[in-house]
Write a protein that binds this ligand. Sequence first.
Ligand code: GUN
Ligand code: FE
Length: 424
Amino acid sequence: MASVLIKNAQIITMNAGEEILEGDLYIENDRIMQVGGDLGYAADQIIDAKNKTVIPGFIQTHIHLCQTLFRGQADDLELMDWLQKKIWPLEAAHDEESSYYSAMLGLGELIQSGTTTIVDMETVNHTDAAFQAMAESGIRCLSGKVMMDMGENVPDLLVEDTTKSIQQSVDLLEKWHQYDNGRIQYAFCPRFVVSCTEELLTAVRDLSKHYQVKVHTHASENRGEIQIVEMQRGMRNVVYLDQIGLANENLILAHCVWLDDEEKRIIKERGVKMSHCPGSNLKLASGIAEVPDMLDRDVNVSLGADGAPCNNNLDMFNEMRLASLIQKPHLGPTHMDARTVFRMATIGGARAVGMENEIGSIEVGKKADLAILDLYKFHTYPSSDVDPISRIVYSATRADVDTTIINGKVVMEKGEVKTVDKDI
Ligand code: GUN
Ligand code: FE
């Protein structure tokens, strides 16, 4: 048994009452055992968190680790140009080694900035190497190889035979799903409607039901993309996904910038999980998603940084801040307040991956996935007048994260990321 005791902290629980407590937090193995109060000093590892703030680890529901190495190589383009001219040729050029290091580079950055769970999408090839990196890093993740069996201007190396794409996905699922006691899960990743045949999408629907795993894809990100789908399928993205039977509570849908009323209604009625990527939507000039409207409709909205080149940053602090700020000019300053976006970054992400009873808040019995922030290091001073959640959303950066804990293991301390799993 391994135990960790965090002493004298401010604890932002994000439990049902969204309580902020003072005191200690005790972890045994991978679970939170006690929260708050003075818990004494018996533990294998004691962390003094005086004047520090413990938060639930961030859950990012849309990431492309395979794109981390392409940061800066695809700037100032819009989606379809960006994919065709830059991203697809770069993905096609990946080999096993570059896939592993691209993942490791992204994972280091995510863990340093307090992200403890990701929903990732790899490229067509070398996904096994990326899973290897995810296993070693200690991150909690849902990931899978991208599937794309048609498309204009997709390099030959990325256009798959439908049967092979499905077989390779199932092989990876059988190797990695539920690895390390469920820390790693497989998710099917058809890239987007534009690059997938109906045969592929139908197979994904059946396999995701059979294996009880999530489906992670992009939809309605950009007006050009929507036009292509309308030409190909004669209808809009979400209507088409619904017709296939993919619009259900196990679907994580990235972007959803340009939804019409019918698509919004389908997302709500079917329990589809929306992943909002404000940084990427701004940089690729995709648009501003109608998140306040989706929240009013009681749709679960979580956050993701997308890939490094669509954002230049994998930092959840950035996404929270942007998710709030981009709505304020037209809705007014009290809309998309700090608590709303912090909820999207934590418990909202947990709901998206169907793990709200395991992660997303600091509660007894949940997995110990946490970050310890030192908010007084650089830019502020202790004051009971300042709401700590507001302080985090509007002013914190990755440099404020002192420690990241996943599954009860310290995976980052003072900027240094530790490899947790070398025996694979
Ligand atoms: N749509 C299809 N593929 C991609 C991708 O790699 N990134 C983004 N942002 N959108 C996509
Ligand atoms: Fe994406």
